[in-house]
Unconditional design. Structure first.
Length: 219
């Protein structure tokens, strides 16, 4: 482990820490303490983990030097320990990944991000479905280029009016039918990033939203 004071970034290059960082649960536990101190119990509850599971991961990260006890508060019985990440940024050098391929690193990142986003999407879609009365299932068809499309959708692709007031704010947009030149694709990339940045720079609201944008050449 090596911390860089200038950037306040902790390098996780220990073999155990690298292995633990490959576990989505381990990463979520570590992330709960980055930039903030907390006792164990509320973190376990927020992540939906058994206290014993959360404690096991906390002890591993303390042993790796990524977490530290920053406070102990008295209570009846044993004092309550508060933990915090030892740096606001942690970095795993690619060389420390050993046999991991770049594809595996990216796949783990996507898994970590998509899981909580999927839970929120399902909850919002459920509320919309309950009010719309539309049938939901798997839609299979050929697009205008003759390529097979299989996706979850409403019967016949008749999507309820998701943009009307009173419906939850959510989108599940996917298309593999974009036919763009290199210049067009770059312009779309920049426009999407600029739009996202505009909302990130606006005054924060009371609710946290998850948004992923993936634009990639089709394999």
């Amino acid at each position: 482990m090596q911390a860089t004071s200038a950037s306040r970034t902790l390098a996780l290059d220990d073999a155990r820490a690298v292995r633990w960082a490959r576990q989505p649960v381990g990463l979520r536990v570590l992330g709960a303490f980055i930039g903030r101190a907390s006792p164990l119990a509320p973190v376990a509850q927020r992540l939906g983990l058994a206290p014993s599971t959360a404690l096991r991961w906390v002890r591993r990260w303390v042993d790796a030097g990524a977490l530290a006890v920053v406070d102990e508060r008295a209570r009846a019985g044993r004092p309550v320990k508060w933990y915090r990440a030892t740096a606001p940024r942690l970095f795993i050098p690619y060389e420390a990944e050993g046999s991991a391929l770049p594809e595996e690193v990216v796949r783990r990142l996507l898994q970590l991000r998509v899981e909580p986003q999927a839970r929120g999407l399902v909850a919002a879609a459920g509320r919309t479905l309950a009010r719309s009365g539309a049938a939901w299932g798997t839609l299979i068809y050929a697009d205008r280029h003759g390529e097979l499309v299989v996706r979850p959708d409403f019967e016949g692709g008749r999507t309820p009016q998701l943009l009307r007031e009173g419906e939850p704010a959510y989108l599940n947009v996917y298309t593999d039918g974009l036919r763009l030149g290199a210049t067009q694709a770059k312009r779309l990339q920049r426009e999407l990033v600029a739009l996202l940045q505009r909302y990130k720079d606006s005054p924060p609201g009371p609710r946290r939203y998850l948004l992923s944008l993936v634009l990639a050449p089709a394999a």
